[in-house]
Design a protein around this ligand. Structure first.
Ligand SMILES: Cc1cc2nc3c(=O)[nH]c(=O)nc-3n(C[C@H](O)[C@H](O)[C@H](O)COP(=O)(O)O)c2cc1C
Length: 401
């Protein structure tokens, strides 16, 4: 794996040479880009000697460049050639620049130019870490698909204990491999994922829907695709871009979602139903906008088809994964659904908790399996939750092979 290691002006930059060595031990080719401030903490000479490659330090200040031209072209060439951009350690300043598209040095320009996966391991003082501006930038980065290796609680340079210490180097290396060289353990599978809400029209301008953003389903589709599966994503209306490499089928209503799921079911070896479908729809859709006349309006709702039930009836050997978004008795309701819908795995989440459920970039879930396994995952990014769900699908299949 060819890794571009970005180093910024943190005290933890002294750990960067060790990180570089660990990545090399795992067979990585390393190129280094340092911010100007990073050079106060670790020298370009050390990193050049260890990486055996030129270290990029400035947009125009590089001694090899003619008026900055060579280097300006180099950053695009490098951005396109790496398998992963790993920024470790990352300052609060670097997070802010990446989150807002500011490109005022070599590293931040390269961040915008690369289409490789990006992993960022921040390190800073605990008050800086918990500042709402830093947390907002982190949320933005997660929504842009960046994988954040959260800092740990521990002894900080200021002599206090708090959250902000650079994550363990082994953890950073593992996450780098997960993102940059994902295992191809779903090769040969066709994974059908449903995502997002559905919309049920009342009249040409009004509809019934729910608060699902589609983020969990999109992360699952992206992770399955990256791990080698042919991936079909059947999605209700969302604000998200379809992940690259995924076969995307957009629908609006529950009925349309049902039609597409049943149409493609035969091709799928794994079905993950992450969509929040509308259980009811208006019994009729008005052809014209309904006018107000000072009277109450009564909508008659009729039940929508139960897609999961129909899929379960044709389950055969495929693995079926469902989601339960609950606001009370999460595990009891989850277990009931697992049984009632003939699911192999059920991902239960309490959408009333902060940091879980609809529109959040993080989730707090418990994965339940038909054979009685229960895995509780604390609050983590939806990208991480997606990887864990895929891991549990493989583990389940292995137990029942
Ligand atoms: C001794 C020292 C240690 C610092 N450690 C950190 C740190 O761990 N995290 C951080 O976000 N900023 C830290 N800073 C502040 C950054 O160096 C500063 O915000 C700088 O503008 C970051 O520039 P860069 O992101 O271009 O590297 C430190 C500053 C000093 C003087």
């Amino acid at each position: 794996m060819k890794v571009l290691l970005g180093i910024t002006g943190c005290i933890a930059a002294y750990k960067a040479p060790e990180l570089l060595r660990l990545l090399q031990k795992r067979g990585c080719e390393i190129h280094v880009a340092m911010t100007e401030n990073a050079q106060n903490f670790v020298t370009a000479t050390t990193l050049a000697a260890l990486s055996r490659n030129h270290v990029f330090t400035g947009m125009f200040s590089d001694p090899d460049s003619v008026s900055g031209l060579d280097i300006a072209i180099d950053h695009i060439r490098l951005a396109h050639s790496v398998d992963l951009l790993l920024v470790a350690p990352a300052t609060a300043n670097a997070l802010a620049k990446f989150a807002n598209g500011i490109a005022d040095d070599f590293l931040s320009t390269l961040y915008l130019a690369t289409r490789a996966p990006v992993v960022i391991a921040p390190a800073m003082n605990s008050d800086m870490w918990s500042h709402p501006a830093v947390q907002a930038n982190l949320r933005r980065l997660v929504s842009l698909g960046v994988s954040i290796v959260e800092p740990e609680e521990g002894y900080l340079a200021e002599g206090i204990i708090g959250k902000g210490r650079l994550a363990a180097l082994e953890t950073i290396v593992d996450r780098a491999f997960q993102a940059g060289a994902p295992p191809q353990d779903f090769r040969g599978d066709t994974v059908l994922v449903t995502a997002g809400p559905t919309c049920e029209d009342i009249d040409p301008v009004r509809f019934l829907t729910n608060r699902s953003s589609g983020k969990m389903g999109y992360q699952l589709a992206q992770a399955a695709q990256r791990r080698g599966a042919r991936t079909l994503l059947v999605s209700g209306p969302t604000k998200l871009d379809p992940p690259g490499g995924v076969e995307f089928i957009d629908v609006r209503t529950t009925e349309q979602m049902r039609e597409q799921v049943m149409k493609h079911l035969a091709e799928a070896s794994i079905v993950i139903k992450a969509a929040a479908v509308s259980d009811f729809r208006p019994s009729a859709t008005a052809g014209q906008k309904i006018k107000k006349d000072g009277q109450s309006l009564f909508l008659e709702l009729v039940p929508n088809p139960d897609i999961l039930k129909e899929v379960a009836a044709k389950k055969e050997s495929r693995i079926l994964v469902g989601f339960a978004a609950e606001t009370e008795s999460v595990l009891q309701n989850g277990l009931k659904k697992l049984e009632a819908k003939s699911l192999d795995l059920l991902v239960a989440n309490d959408v009333s908790q902060p940091g879980a459920g609809f529109d959040s970039d993080t989730n707090i879930v418990t994965i339940l399996t038909r054979d009685g396994k229960r895995l509780e995952l604390g609050k983590r990014s939806k990208a991480d939750v997606a990887e864990q769900i895929l891991n549990e699908i493989l583990a389940f299949r292995k137990r029942h092979a």
